[in-house]
Structures are given as structure tokens and as C-alpha cells.
Ligand binder design. Structure first.
Ligand code: KE4
Length: 433
């Protein structure tokens, strides 16, 4: 598609209806496109690396549902297993063999996870992990990082990333000051800030929760020295280290960021990829900690559709496909090619950018300085990002409508898709310079 050639009538009509029945016409704030100044296309279907909107516009998709679709849309084996699973019922309210299999596959991939509990979202996973950490330690404070987004549980909506950063939302109304007071915040990658907080709060801190590669201020990798220091300090002060691997789990490699880093957290939160695009989350870790979870222990957490057979079936098929390590090798080649092409396009257009990439997740920041924390990410030219976004959409490239999200490359993205994306970026960047 060329600039402005997109037909949008049916999307506009449907979005008008959506806004009459849902706040902002969306089921999640970032989807409202408030940060990019246009109305969102309403999506009709996805297939492979493509999504198609209700006006028939086709896009190469780098949102990938914000991470779950590492195999692409409607991956045949996932679609087939879901059809078969649905014919056997969609929920049992009882343990199924599928839960046992998926839990076993995850625990095989993550040696730090001896026991895990399935939930229905990443939010539930992190919320439950923090409750467990507070119960295990008998302490109340948690430490998170500016720009870290761990879902929308009350105590975590303090200087969060993702949609909160995108919409410049203050810490969310509705969260009592008493809750927020239990949440300590430091700048990401800032070791001395963490050391100071531990020195000041010592045995009050129950846990540190961190995205080992941040994906919600745009992609910002945690430095190995920062993450290693978090492990040292939490061990020293007997607090728990929680890796939020909702995005990075099975994305960066089969065993997540912790495998690449060689750091063993006490608890890990997972989601997205482990459900193959179905609603899912999980938290898990050392047996002595997880045995506090009801019914074994007193920490209560439950869920009607937790471990439901459809999400389990889709997750099993997805993770089985990712057992073929060549998939990660191909993702790396394609992601490097994309990163190099985007950087070259920006250079030729003389548009200052920085690209942060970790495996098949990357962000092009519109800035001329390195981005290693939220304050630097927030100095980006978000207006230029919005112009880039709109033009790329007109050129058939579907990106996250926020500077503070990631591009995700899937196994379904072919060389032609990546080349078309780079060409679209060349045309776009020269037009917005
Ligand atoms: P959910 O509750 O959205 O399944 O997961 C929350 C969550 C937890 N931890 C991390 C590291 C996450 O990235 C997320 C959710 N990610 C956002 C996108 N950055 C979800 C997209 C949205 O909010 O619409």
C-alpha cells in the first residue's frame, strides 16, 4: 500500500460501535492508538506473519499479540490441536493430562522451576508470585524498576511501563497510597540505587521483581552486572529474586533469559508464548517456596479456567515446536537482518535512532542517545515515532502503537517480509526526517 491508500471505512464504523460498548473501544489501552493519533484498524484475521483488517488491508505483523505468537498467526499445528481439544470440551474444573504435560515441559526447560502453578494471565502470575514472596519472607515491601511492567495488579502500577508509560498515566488512581507505599522503585540498570534501597530497607524487602530484558519501555536489556548484583543482594538480604519472563520466557531461548544469563531466580513468572496465543500465565520456582501455595500451604490463589485444556494444548504444541533449536537460530538471523536494515535506513535518511535488540524482540528508539532506562526512553521523540508508525501502517507494516513497546519477529516472518519491512522503513524515514 502507498501512503494514505488504506481503506478504513469499515474499521471506522466498527470502532465507533466498539466505543459505544467498551471503554475506548478496546480490551486493553494500548490498542486504542491514542499515542499515534489515528484510529486503530479492526482486525479480521491473522495468518502466518500477516494480519488483515476488516477493510481488507494486509499488514506484516510485528505486534504478534505483544509476544505470544512466536510461531506466527494460526500456526497449523496449533489450529489443529485446538480444534481437536475443543471437541473434547473446553474446561473441566479438574486437572487434565495436558496440564501435567505442559508443566513438565516448562520445568524441563527452566531448571529453577521445581513446581509451577498455571493462571490465566501474566498479571495473575506476577500478582501471585509477589503474594507468595511476601508470605515466604514474612515481609511486605517489593522492589520494582521504573518502566518495568508486570501487569496491572495494584502494587505493581507504580511507575510502570507499557501502556502506563505510553499514555503518560500517573500511578493509577484506585491504588491506595498504603499499597503503593509497599512498592519501592529504582531506575533499571542502576545498581547503586538498588544497593541504597537495600541498605535503607534491609529485611523489609520481600522480593525484587525484574524483567531480565525489559520489553515495556521499549526493549532495554538488563546488563549482566546489574542482574548478577540483584541476585547477590537478594541472597544477602534473604529477599526473593523474581524474574518476570512473561515476554522473554521461550522468546530469547528455550530456557528464557535466566538460561542465557546463568542466573537462577527464586521465582519465575511466565505467560504469552507458553499458551500459544491462548490466555495463560504461570509462576513457579523452588519447591520449598511453591509448597506454600494452597492446597499444600496457606497462600491462597485460584482460578476457574487456570490450566484449561485449550491453552494447555496450544502451549504444548508451541513449546514442542520451539524445542527445535534451529528455530531460534533462524529467528536470530532474521532479527539481525531486520535490525541492520532499519539502522541503515535511518542512517541514509539521517534520522537519529538507537535500536535495542534481544533475540527476536527489538525497538527502534527515535533518539540520538543510548537507551538503558525509562528516563532515557522517555526522552525519545514520540511524535516522530507516531509519524513513523502511521506511515509504516500505510505501507502495510503493523507495529505497536507506542514507542515503549517491542517489535516481535516470529518464525513465520520470511526473508521477503523482512525485506519489505526495510523498504517501507526506507520510504517512511526519508519522508519524516
Ligand atoms: P498480561 O496480564 O497482559 O497477560 O501480562 C502482563 C505482563 C507481565 N509481565 C510482562 C513483562 C509483560 O510484558 C506483561 C504484558 N505485556 C503487555 C505488552 N507490553 C501486554 C499488552 C497489553 O497490555 O495490551
Amino acid at each position: 500500500m502507498t501512503e494514505g491508500a488504506r481503506k478504513t471505512k469499515r474499521s471506522r464504523d466498527l470502532f465507533a460501535r466498539a466505543q459505544r460498548v467498551m471503554p475506548g473501544g478496546v480490551s486493553s489501552p494500548v490498542r486504542a492508538y491514542r499515542a499515534v493519533g489515528i484510529e486503530p484498524p479492526i482486525i479480521s484475521f491473522g495468518s502466518g506473519a500477516q494480519v488483515v483488517d476488516v477493510d481488507g488491508n494486509q499488514y506484516i505483523d510485528y505486534v504478534c499479540a505483544y509476544g505470544p505468537l512466536i510461531l506466527g498467526h494460526a500456526y497449523p499445528a496449533v489450529a489443529d490441536v485446538l480444534a481437536a481439544a475443543a471437541s473434547r470440551g473446553t474446561a473441566y474444573g479438574a486437572t487434565s493430562e495436558l496440564e501435567i504435560e505442559l508443566a513438565s515441559v516448562i520445568e524441563e526447560a527452566f531448571p529453577s522451576i521445581e513446581l509451577l502453578r498455571f493462571v490465566n494471565s501474566g498479571t495473575e502470575a506476577t500478582m501471585s508470585a509477589l503474594r507468595l514472596a511476601r508470605a515466604y519472607t514474612g515481609r511486605s515491601k517489593i522492589l520494582k524498576f521504573e518502566g518495568g511492567y508486570h501487569g496491572h495488579a495494584d502494587g505493581l502500577l507504580v511507575q510502570a511501563g507499557s501502556g502506563q508509560a505510553t499514555l503518560s498515566l500517573p500511578d493509577s488512581p484506585g491504588v491506595p497510597a498504603s499499597f503503593a507505599a509497599e512498592t519501592l522503585v529504582a531506575a533499571y540498570n542502576d545498581v547503586s540505587a538498588v544497593e541504597a534501597l537495600f541498605e535503607a530497607c534491609r529485611e523489609q524487602i520481600a522480593a525484587v521483581i525484574v524483567e531480565p530484558v525489559a520489553g515495556n519501555m521499549g526493549v532495554v536489556p538488563g546488563s549482566p552486572s546489574f542482574l548478577e548484583r540483584l541476585r547477590e543482594l537478594t541472597s544477602q538480604y534473604r529477599a526473593l529474586l523474581i524474574f518476570d519472563e512473561v515476554i522473554t520466557g521461550f522468546r530469547l531461548c528455550y530456557g528464557g533469559a535466566q538460561t542465557l544469563l546463568g542466573i537462577e531466580p527464586d521465582l519465575t513468572c511466565l505467560g504469552k508464548i507458553i499458551g500459544g496465543g491462548l490466555p495463560v500465565g504461570a509462576y513457579g520456582g523452588r519447591r520449598e517456596i511453591m509448597e506454600l501455595v494452597a492446597p499444600l500451604g496457606p497462600v491462597y490463589q485460584a482460578g476457574t479456567l487456570s490450566g484449561n485444556p485449550l491453552a494447555m494444548a496450544a502451549g504444548i504444541v508451541t513449546l514442542k515446536a520451539m524445542e527445535d533449536r534451529s528455530v531460534y537460530e533462524q529467528l536470530e538471523v532474521k532479527s539481525i537482518y531486520l535490525e541492520d536494515g532499519l539502522r541503515r535506513a535511518a542512517g541514509e535518511a539521517e534520522v537519529p535512532v538507537r535500536i535495542n535488540r534481544a533475540g527476536s524482540m527489538l525497538t527502534m528508539f527515535f533518539t540520538n542517545e543510548d537507551v538503558t532506562d525509562l528516563s532515557m526512553a522517555k526522552r525519545c521523540d514520540t511524535g516522530r515515532y507516531a509519524a513513523y508508525f502511521r506511515s509504516m501502517l500505510d505501507h502495510g507494516i503493523f507495529l505497536a502503537p507506542s514507542q515503549f513497546e517491542a517489535m516481535f519477529v516470529s518464525a513465520a516472518h520470511g526473508d521477503a517480509d523482512v525485506e519489505a519491512t526495510i523498504r517501507a522503513a526506507e520510504q517512511t524515514l526519508s519522508s519524516i526526517r
